[in-house]
Design a protein around this ligand. Structure first.
Ligand code: FA5
Length: 339
């Protein structure tokens, strides 16, 4: 290689090779530059000085590049990187709180999720986490929403450009759970993140958690559904509750219902938590539609079952007396440090 070819090559290598690779290629004993120096003695005397100083310049350029990049790498090594930190820890600030000073703890949502899963496990349920990227079949078709069904619009769904869907509810897992845990009896809870393209306010987020539950066996009725959900909520809220089941609409259940509990804070007298009604609507639920059972490989003539989907964030607001769902994702340390 002549000098101008080497200079062109260096320009590419500086961007593509690591400092060590640069060193090996150019500076090491058998590298390109020592070879060039070696050649000087074969050159005409009048060209040697000019050539030697150009090779020296190239050497300096490479050494400086290696040194600068090493410093950046060293800096990065000592940077504290905590991907779970509730702020952009990679931003340089004058005085950043150190992770140890924060005496970190799990997020209140995760604490509540653990509590709830613990209750269901003790009630004999399996647990399977839901996916955060899914497809049309699991979001809609397996749940009895044929293509073009108007109820698809009830869910403000985010789609990727290549046709995948960010699950708008954990019901996307029903088909997988029926297939994985069937034949019945099936008892499983399916916690996971959901995403909806909707405006946020004190009780609505674009990203939130749901916990889906399904129970399938011979002779299962709405009475089993009410008993199971009531039992779980009383254990979770640590108080006796009155319950109501009122009509709703979901394509994947029949009948479709909404589970309503007496306000655990005011004994139905009315308070800010229950919007002064004495009752709180907590979740959608119902008997699993026969088409959903069939799609999951289960014969609806032999088996029946119920399902529900409850919002973990809203439960956490109730349990912890938090007045705005957005606080759960703000990353405000003063708020988080309370938990
Ligand atoms: C559903 O998502 C149904 N898949 C529930 C279901 C499952 C019905 C199985 C029947 C059988 P819904 O859209 O109502 O239903 O949401 C259920 C719960 O998720 C709500 O009660 C609420 O607690 C929570 N949720 C819904 N949207 C939001 C939101 N934007 N922010 C926070 N929580 C929400």
């Amino acid at each position: 290689m002549n000098l101008s070819e080497i200079l062109k090559q260096i320009d590419d290598d500086i961007h593509s090779l690591s400092p060590q690779e640069l060193k090996n290629k150019y500076l090491a004993k058998n590298g390109l530059l020592p070879n060039l120096f070696e050649n000087i003695k074969n050159m005409p005397v009048e060209e040697r000085k000019d050539f030697g100083s150009k090779v020296n310049e190239i050497k300096k350029l490479i050494e400086e590049n290696i040194e600068n990049r090493k410093t950046v790498i060293e800096d990065m090594k000592y940077e504290e990187i905590d991907p779970s930190a509730p702020f952009d820890i990679n931003t340089k600030v004058e005085k950043r709180p150190r992770i140890l000073d924060l005496k970190g703890s799990s997020h209140p949502l995760m604490q509540e999720l653990e509590n709830i899963l613990d209750i269901f496990q003790r009630m004999g349920f399996d647990v399977m986490e839901s996916k955060q990227l899914d497809d049309d079949f699991h979001m809609f078709e397996s749940l009895n929403f044929p293509k073009g069904h108007p109820a698809r619009d009830m869910y403000d769904t985010f789609w990727t450009e290549d046709g995948f869907v960010l699950p708008a509810h954990t019901s996307t897992m029903q088909n997988r759970a029926l297939r994985r845990y069937g034949p019945p009896p099936i008892r499983v809870v399916l916690p996971g993140r959901c995403f909806r393209n909707e405006a946020t306010d004190a009780s609505h987020e674009h990203t939130f958690y749901q916990i889906e539950g399904i129970y399938v066996d011979k002779g299962i009725s709405l009475a089993h559904m009410q008993g199971t959900i009531k039992e779980y909520l009383e254990r979770y809220l640590e108080t006796d509750l009155e319950i109501k089941v009122q009509p709703s609409y979901f394509p994947f259940t029949e009948p479709d219902t909404e589970f309503v509990i007496s306000c655990p804070f005011c004994e139905k007298k009315g308070c800010s938590t229950c919007g002064y009604t004495g009752w709180i609507e907590l979740m959608g639920c119902g008997m699993i539609h026969p088409n959903v059972l069939i799609a999951g490989g289960i014969d609806p003539k032999e088996y029946s079952g119920f399902a529900w989907g409850v919002g973990l964030d809203r439960l956490t607001l109730i349990k912890r007396g938090i007045n705005d769902i957005r606080k759960l994702r703000d990353g405000d340390l003063n708020f988080l440090k309370q938990f």
